[in-house]
Design a protein around this ligand. Structure first.
Ligand SMILES: C[S@@+](CC[C@H](N)C(=O)[O-])C[C@H]1O[C@@H](n2cnc3c(N)ncnc32)[C@H](O)[C@@H]1O
Length: 346
């Protein structure tokens, strides 16, 4: 399966060559044929998995249909960050929560402070931060109640679910629908901490967000991020053709090209935004991308084992994401980073 996916990625890489070196009707025909080829490959890539169904004994009365009755819906968690896989046997939700705890520890979030959580997804980080998970924030046996916890995210479907989920919690969490790109429009107050987990690389641009966040931090306040950088080795070897490929990939995954900088440049740009103490840690890509890739493969295999039917696009999501994160784990392309930036006290 890995070979199939490698061929697919290689084939997709032909795309920038077609768009750069052909034009007119030749380009249209080539693009059409390319799209057709990609569709066929994707179909072949995900279809062999259905062969497991051939093992089903047709004489069985029930088979595994009752699995549907037992699935817990909605799921208890709706995480979707890359996770931190630094302990054995972590499940996907545990690894995601682990990443959030890592950021909290890195920026040393103290109880009874105000927090703005930008790009909170379906609200899991809000629930963890504003919940009663004492070990994350302090060794003292005090409450972890955050007197002001606000979240902002841009996708309506996620915001709706998050709003519903946090409404039942004892802590007051205010979740807003809006974009990090227009922070000042949605938020008027200032905070002790602004966090953004696995999201800032999407902002248009991250640098504008970091500047806006500075204005919304109290003196001595801290910005804490889990984010992505480009690996210096890749950055140094960017040729015009590689740049075209990067541009296409970035467009496809909604990452503005300006956000792709090395950890060194990242630190400089955060300092330029006015932050005084800036601290960055590069995480082992195996412990982020590697774990995530493995978890996607395992999830895919489990769906097959239990006969859970999935749409083509869901199968693709698991298969192709598993493959791509596997590549990211072993190649010097991207660097996962933790960022802590403090606003000085005047
Ligand atoms: C990979 S998810 C991470 C979600 C969440 N932080 C977590 O740990 O599960 C990225 C999130 O960032 C949000 N996002 C992307 N661009 C955004 C923007 N401009 N403003 C606000 N949220 C944004 C997405 O909607 C998504 O919820």
């Amino acid at each position: 399966m890995h070979t199939g996916a490698s061929i697919l990625v290689g084939y997709i890489c032909i795309l920038p060559v077609i768009s750069s070196y052909t034009d007119g009707w030749i380009q249209h025909v080539l693009l059409y044929l390319h799209a057709l080829g990609v569709s066929c490959m994707l179909y072949l890539l995900v279809n062999p998995a259905t062969s497991d169904n051939s093992e089903v004994d047709e004489n069985e009365i029930y088979g595994l249909r009752h699995l549907l009755f037992n699935l817990e819906l909605p799921p208890k968690t709706l995480w979707f960050n890359m996770g931190l896989w630094d302990k054995p046997g972590l499940s996907f939700p545990q690894a995601c929560e682990n990443l959030v705890h890592k950021v909290a520890q890195f920026i040393n979030i103290k109880p009874m402070s105000s927090v703005l959580d930008v790009g909170f997804g379906c609200g899991d980080s809000c629930i963890v931060f504003a919940g009663k998970k004492k070990k994350t924030f302090t060794k003292e046996k005090k409450t972890n109640f955050y007197f002001l916890y606000k979240g902002i995210t841009n996708e309506l479907s996620q915001w709706r679910i998050a709003k519903e989920r946090v409404s039942t919690l004892p802590s007051k969490i205010n979740v807003l629908h809006g974009s990090a790109d227009t922070l000042g429009k949605h938020v008027s107050s200032t905070f002790d901490y602004i966090i953004s987990i696995d999201s800032a690389y999407h902002y248009n641009t991250r640098w504008d967000f970091i500047q806006a966040a500075f204005k919304h931090l109290n003196e001595g306040g801290v910005l804490g991020l889990y984010d992505l950088c480009i690996d210096p080795d890749l950055y140094a070897s960017v040729t015009p053709i590689k740049r075209q490929i990067l541009k296409l990939v970035c467009q496809a995954v909604h990452i503005p090209l300006e956000n792709l900088v090395t950890p060194e440049e990242y630190e400089e740009r955060v300092e330029d935004a006015g932050y005084k103490k800036v601290d960055m840690v590069c995480l082992d890509r195996m412990l982020v991308f590697g774990g995530l890739s493995q978890s996607f493969h395992t999830q895919y295999e489990t769906t097959q084992k239990y006969g859970i039917g999935m749409s083509l696009s869901n199968r693709m999501t698991l298969k192709v994401s598993g493959f791509l994160f596997g590549l990211l784990a072993t190649r010097s392309w991207l660097v996962p980073v933790l960022v802590k930036a403090e606003k000085s006290i005047k």
